[in-house]
Design a protein around this ligand. Structure first.
Ligand code: ZN
Length: 161
């Protein structure tokens, strides 16, 4: 039997799940998490593969966009126009709502509607142990609801060392 060449050698891909939390100080707020995600990718020691960056919440999103301060304020204003906080949402009517009510329930119908347009995750290819983002691409956690709560971000790394 022929010995496998380096090109054909089977390399078993690994899966690692890492996480960190973010504490937003206002809403809406786009928080650049690129450096934190890159630190975790470096820890994972995966040189080639991909990473799923996933937020475990229905009112905080993960998006890729540009980190330019004026643009960040444009995007925050855009979210507020799309689903204004002061609009009427049935989700906020605690006199009729019976589902998923908690002790500290807040009126956040706007944040769920904004989240619907954004999404909970992004997938980024990894090359030479780094996120292969374009020149202006950065990863953001987008807080849509309210400040002062820790938001959990999972980074699941798939690939080979
Ligand atoms: Zn809610």
């Amino acid at each position: 039997m022929k010995a496998p060449t380096s090109v054909h050698r089977m390399v078993r891909p690994q899966v690692q799940t890492l996480s960190f939390s973010v504490l937003p100080d206002r809403a809406p707020q786009l928080i650049d998490i690129t450096e934190k995600v890159e630190q975790l990718i470096a820890q994972a020691g995966v040189s080639s593969g991909f990473a799923v960056v996933f937020c475990r919440h229905t009112t905080a999103a993960i998006r890729i966009n540009e980190n330019e301060p004026l643009l960040l304020s444009d995007m925050e204003a855009f979210l507020e126009r799309v689903a204004p906080r002061e609009h009427n949402y049935r989700h906020n009517d605690f006199s009729i709502r019976t589902h998923n009510m908690t002790e500290d329930e807040c009126p956040n119908g706007h944040a769920h509607c904004q989240h619907l347009l954004l999404g909970a995750s992004e997938i980024v290819p990894l090359q030479e142990g780094r996120l292969s983002l374009g020149r202006w691409q950065r990863l953001f956690l987008v807080e849509l609801d309210r400040p002062g709560r820790e938001r959990e971000v999972l980074v699941q790394v798939f690939g080979c060392a």
